[in-house]
Design a protein around this ligand. Structure first.
Ligand SMILES: O=c1ccn([C@@H]2O[C@H](COP(=O)(O)O)[C@@H](O)[C@H]2O)c(=O)[nH]1
Length: 245
């Protein structure tokens, strides 16, 4: 395992979108030895809860808890405190919740660290526009005028001014975000589709290689790995493409 492999595998976040711990654990076993990040989203967390997150942490994985909090600041503060106590490496909120809500997420995380100085502060990021949202949906259904790119950059700047570490966006917007917010501001990009794979419900997609070339810090991949005939091979293929980008 060379340095480049370890670096790129660490920038691959595999989405464990499964109905229970048993199914998720089966994939984790298949990927054993690949130093990737693992993402626990709503489906798995609502079924398997904090115990499963602790299990992944005890196995040494970096964990992104993708619960996309979007509530009043006081509630998000409490949620962020509980999440930070779990020891996850990254979690998120919706940028649409506004500055006070995003600052409350930071506050909540800080409170957990005061209570337990042994913890590290997770990376806290905000969702800009979901990668399933197309230009058409944004304008005609959601009622936000202007381009998706403008909306994403607006949310990214808001997130940065609230003091968060980065955003979730499509890799199609990574370069624009870097231009607006700088290289250190983290871009976590789902909607990744290796050439020839089905987009499904994703509207703003890019291949793993193109996402890396656009400057994404992390790529999030679910179904192209979890629904593959050979998930380990699919993950290795994606890492290879990232290395070659
Ligand atoms: O804008 C967003 C925010 C989060 N996601 C999550 O990423 C994965 C993508 O899974 P695929 O199967 O590769 O489409 C999934 O867990 C989403 O909840 C996103 O897709 N877009």
């Amino acid at each position: 395992m060379n340095d480049k492999y370890t670096e790129m595998a660490g920038r691959l976040i595999v989405a464990l979108d499964y109905p229970d711990a048993e199914a998720a654990s089966a994939l984790v076993r298949e990927l054993e030895g690949i130093p990737c990040y693992l993402k626990v989203g709503m489906q798995l967390y609502y079924a398997a809860g904090p115990a499963f997150v602790r299990e992944l942490k005890s196995k040494g994985y970096s964990v992104f808890l993708d619960l996309k909090m979007h509530d009043i600041p006081n509630t998000v503060r409490g949620g962020a405190e509980s999440i930070t106590r779990l020891g996850v490496d990254m979690f998120n909120v919706h940028a649409a919740g506004g500055t006070a809500m995003m600052k409350a997420a930071l506050d909540g995380a800080e409170s957990a660290l005061v209570a337990d100085p042994g913890l590290s502060r997770p990376v806290i990021i905000a969702v800009t526009q979901l990668t399933s949202t197309s230009q058409e949906t944004l304008n005609s259904e959601i009622g936000i005028q202007g381009s998706v790119q403008d909306a994403v950059v607006h949310y990214a700047k808001l997130t940065q001014s609230a003091g968060l570490d980065g955003v979730v966006a499509s890799a199609q917007e990574s370069a624009l975000i870097r231009e607006a917010c700088g290289q250190q501001f983290i871009t976590v990009t789902p909607g990744i589709r290796p050439a020839g794979s089905a987009a499904g419900d994703q509207a703003r997609v890019l291949t793993p290689g193109e996402a890396i070339r656009q400057g994404s810090h992390y790529i999030v991949v679910g179904r192209p790995i979890t629904a593959a005939e050979n998930p380990r091979e699919a993950a290795e293929h994606i890492i290879k493409e990232m290395i070659e980008a």
